[in-house]
Structure formats: C-alpha cells, structure tokens
Write a new protein. Structure first.
Length: 298
C-alpha cells in the first residue's frame, strides 16, 4: 500500500515514527510538503501534483499545521475528491481547527466544557468576565496552538487589559473560566476509530499554568475513568475525527473538555505510555482502506 504523510516538517518525531511504523508493516511511505502541492480542480480527474508529477496514494495521513490550515485542508479535500482514503477527513480537520466552531458543536452535543464566552466588542468585556465567574480566568486566542496565545489573568482589571489589548489587534479571543482545582494538570486521551488507545496526564512546570510539554510540562501514563473515556470518544465523534487528541480537565464538577486536536503529536504520548501509537494509526489506515475497497466491491 502507498501511504502519503502530509507534513510541513518531515524531521519531527511524529512524522519519523509514522514513516517507521508504515514501512515496518510493508508499506511504501512518502512525506509530502502539502504547502508546495498544486491542485487541478476538475470534475473528471481531480489531481494533486508536486513538482509537476501527480501524487498517487492509497491513503494519506494529514498532519496539517495551524499556520497552513487553509491550504493544507484544501489539499486533503482534493485527495478525497480523487478517491484517496484519509485518516481524518478535511471537514473534520476544519471543524477542530476552528476553536469556536468546535466548542459550539461540542456544547450543542452536551459535552461538558469550561464556561466560555466570546465577543467582538469592547463594550461587552465586563459582561464576558462576569459570565465566566470573574478572575482568575483564561484569555485564549482562537488561532493559537501549543499554549501560544493563552493568558491567565489573575484579576478582573488584568483581564480587561489583556482582552482590550487583543481586541486592539483585531484578534478573535475566547474568555474561559479557570479550573483552579486542576492544579496545572490536564489529561490527553488519544482516540483512534472510536477507542481511547492511550492516555497521559500532563503537569505544568513550576510557576506555569499551561501543561504543554513544549513549555516544560511533564507527562506520565494515566488510567482514565469510564466517564473520561466516554467523553473523549464522544468529543472526537461530534467533530467527525477518526484520529484525535482530546484534552480534558478534572474539575470539582466532573471532567471538562478543553480542546480536541486533529493532529495530535506522538512524542509525549508514546514516551509516557510506552505504547506504539504510530503503529495503531497505520493499522487503522489499513482498516480504512479495506473498508473502502469492500464498499467499492459491494
């Protein structure tokens, strides 16, 4: 089987592990810089080309970064038009990348979330702060990732200043309640095909409230409760993601979904749990291709 990994940086741990897992299972694996791809938008034979040559794969594993989300998602959609199986669909990726849309969909499906407010006008800053219970609270850029653009405001005045500064830059922001009892920790549940295949708990570094490993956080294997597993699986399903990283906070009133990631990294989860998550992704892609062939034959 020919598998294409859509990535902007083939040197990353996640990409290297996916290549290794695919090749160890006898597949031909190629990394494709989706930002350099050319698409032929036709109804008869839609194609994706790189340096003038058509790319032909049985399946693709998209690793679309936030900075290239629009073009990367378009490339995934083009492969889908050409009948290529994708580990995650273009629509699901677009939903997950749009944090506001994702939260609205999750809330509409009854998934428990931190209390969240969104506004475009400076006049509503006070109302947004009161809605989430006042400071301390989180101010979060919609376009941020890996903890970038996430600010903890300790007082209402600080929150007003941060929100006003972001609004001066025409940035879209969320105002969210701060779950103090989580004590700088969150859970990452790795979901593949409706099952949690690995889970870790991430702890923020001293003096830091963000638990991202890129920011010095630590991680270790964790056993999820049945409720946490159910919420993780349901969150991925609501957004249509077949492969997802679901971030959950443990609060006094139960687990709360913080974010759902369509391109979760493998380094932290594999090292913390000692599980071959890359292999499980490739195994799932094989199953997707088998299902696709069975439907075509039927």
């Amino acid at each position: 089987m020919k598998i294409g990994i859509l990535t902007h940086d083939p040197s990353k741990y996640t990409i290297r592990r996916l290549v290794e897992a695919g090749e160890s299972r006898g597949h031909e694996v190629a990394c494709v810089d989706y930002s350099r791809c050319f698409m032929t938008i036709t109804s008869r034979e839609p194609q994706v080309l790189l340096e003038g040559e058509p790319l032909r794969f049985d399946a693709i594993i998209p690793r679309v970064g936030a900075a290239q989300n629009f073009y990367g998602t378009a490339v995934v959609r083009q492969f889908e038009m050409a009948g290529v199986i994708s580990a995650n669909g273009s629509l699901a990726i677009a939903r997950a990348r749009d944090k506001l849309r994702a939260l609205q969909m999750l809330a509409g499906a009854g998934v428990p979330l931190p209390v969240t407010g969104f506004t475009r006008t400076s006049e509503d800053i006070g109302a947004a702060i009161r809605f989430v219970g006042g400071a301390p609270l989180i101010v979060k850029l919609l376009e941020g990732s890996q903890g970038v653009g996430v600010v903890l405001a300790e007082t209402d005045k600080a929150a007003e200043s941060v929100i006003a500064a972001f609004r001066q830059l025409e940035a879209n922001i969320l105002v969210q309640e701060f779950i103090e009892e989580a004590q700088g920790a969150d859970l990452r549940a790795f979901v593949i095909d409706g099952k949690v295949v690995a889970a870790m708990i991430r702890q923020a570094a001293p003096g830091e409230f963000r638990s991202n490993l890129h920011r010095g956080g630590s991680a270790e294997k964790v056993k999820l409760s049945p409720e946490e597993r159910s919420i993780a699986v349901r969150s991925a399903k609501v957004l249509g993601l077949r492969v997802a990283g679901v971030d959950i906070l443990r609060s006094n009133h139960g687990p709360l979904v913080m974010e759902v990631n369509a391109s979760p990294g493998l380094e932290g989860i594999e090292k913390a749990t000692e599980k071959d998550v890359a292999g499980k992704i490739v195994e799932f892609v094989e199953e997707l291709v088998r299902r696709g062939k069975s439907r075509a034959e039927g």
